[in-house]
Design a binder for this molecule. Structure first.
Ligand code: EPZ
Length: 421
């Protein structure tokens, strides 16, 4: 297993290109199952999760080829001979559950392994299943698989989500595009990745209104066509790199960054003493004079502060002037980066969903371990400002969601290298 070594110190200056959104691409790719015509995705990120989704779709019979070093994905589902998504692939990546809605909508049947939990929480899929049942699906859980049928096809209906779920909104949205009649989704997720999916489905001929709000209305159609769609910018990669100069000083321009994707996040950056300026090519970020100020964070569904940027913000606040309180309201176990940051000298108390971070002058480099995707990058950021060397192990977590971290940060002056393990 590879590790990443970071030597602290030295400012960052330069440009960081922001890739297409992993969490948009992982729902856009299964949309190919809704049509027998080709779907082309441009601005696709080059990540191991995308490779896993490719393998899953190919196991169903879809053709997926990547061009231009992986930035263009050509997908085609005219020959789906297998409607069973096997545990061996699904267990590697929870987003695999997103083939369920499209398979059911187009073929009236699907057998999809339950994804199982992951490091940050149990992450059930009950909301996905209830939403599909509201569209007339008959579901049975057996042997760790969801056995789904829609005899005579799905029918439009009303879906009232008891809590906001990105994945369940995506599964139901895709399924509803081919359901007979009208579907109304209440308390739907409002994430930019949902908006991006709706825009792609509309290009394929779907009739959708209200994406980006809590109420989405879909008029079912008989078939969907092919389309070409550019994956939206990754707001989590964007937010991650916007924080980098705040750790060790300097100024970085995030190319492709859009302020509308990171609104609530930027409010907290401003409060912490970080300046963000819109430029013709993206967002320029620098630490204002003096030390970062402590701020309180509460993670919420979009447009609130994103849970996927909580670990990175905690790492920054470890050396802030003052005490910060972070409340993680989306996942039940998303502070696993805290013990690793404490190994670097941070002063953090975790009680359930609350973490209290008392700022210290400086962190010290140490050997630390990545536990999940976002925790891994928070440790790398912490290493940028720490005294001495930090070695982050198990960076396969990192490679799931961040392409070429060492190149992107290294190009701005960071002392960072990958150690093959
Ligand atoms: C998506 O996960 C993202 N993943 C996550 O990003 C992100 O953290 C999350 O949304 C929240 O924004 C992808 O898009 C591939 P949810 P998802 O359904 O859809 C509970 C990353 O680092 N819930 O919005 O799985 C769930 O346990 C990843 O890129 C149910 O109870 O998240 C959680 O507490 C991590 N039942 C809350 O809802 C369900 O059926 C929100 O989960 C579904 C979810």
């Amino acid at each position: 297993m590879d590790s990443i070594l970071v030597r602290g110190g030295g400012e960052l200056h330069g440009e960081i290109p922001i890739a297409g959104a992993k969490n948009a691409c992982l729902t856009l790719m299964p949309a190919t199952l809704l049509s027998d015509e080709p779907l082309t995705l441009t601005n696709a990120p080059r990540l191991s999760d995308i490779a896993t989704m490719t393998t899953l779709l190919q196991s169903l019979g879809a053709e997926v080829s990547s061009m231009q070093q992986g930035q263009v994905l050509a997908l085609s589902s005219h020959d789906i001979h297998n409607r069973r998504a096997d545990y061996d692939i699904v267990r590697k990546m929870r987003a695999s559950i997103l083939v369920l809605g499209p398979l059911l909508a187009r073929f009236g049947e699907a057998v999809v392994s339950l994804p199982g939990g992951c490091a940050i929480g149990a992450r059930p899929v009950d909301l996905h299943l209830r939403a599909l049942e509201a569209l007339g699906a008959e579901l049975e859980l057996r042997d760790g698989y969801v056995h789904a049928k829609a005899v005579g096809g799905l029918k439009g209906g009303t879906i009232d989500f008891p809590l906001v779920s990105v994945g369940a909104t995506e599964n139901a949205l895709m399924a509803a595009t081919l359901a007979r009649g009208t579907t109304v989704m209440n308390n739907a997720a409002r994430e930019p990745e949902i908006v991006d999916l709706a825009q792609c489905l509309r290009r394929m001929g779907a009739q959708i209104d209200g994406e980006g709000t809590s109420t989405i209305t879909i008029q079912g159609v008989d078939t969907l066509n092919g389309a070409t769609h550019a994956v939206v910018t990754d707001r989590i990669e964007l937010g991650t790199y916007m924080l980098a100069p705040a750790f060790c000083g300097g100024e970085v321009e995030c190319i492709g960054g859009r302020i509308d994707l990171v609104g609530a996040f930027c409010e907290k950056l401003d409060a912490a003493g970080i300046s963000v300026t819109e430029t013709p090519r993206g967002l320029k970020v620098a630490r204002k004079n003096g030390r970062i100020r402590a701020v309180d964070i509460e993670t919420e569904p979009f447009p609130g502060f994103p849970t996927d940027l909580q670990a990175q913000m905690m790492a920054l606040l470890c050396t802030a002037d003052g005490t910060s309180v972070l409340e993680e309201k989306i996942f039940e176990n998303r502070f696993m980066h805290a013990p690793e940051l404490i190994r670097m000298g941070a002063d953090i108390d975790v009680h359930g969903g609350h973490a209290t971070v008392r700022g210290v002058e400086k962190l010290k480099g140490a050997r630390v371990m990545a536990t999940d995707l976002r925790a891994s990058v928070s440790l790398i950021l912490a290493g940028l400002a720490a005294e001495g060397e930090t070695v982050v192990s198990r960076v396969y977590h990192l490679d799931r969601g961040y392409e070429r971290v060492e190149q992107k940060l290294g190009a701005c002056g960071a002392h960072i290298e990958r150690i093959k393990g």
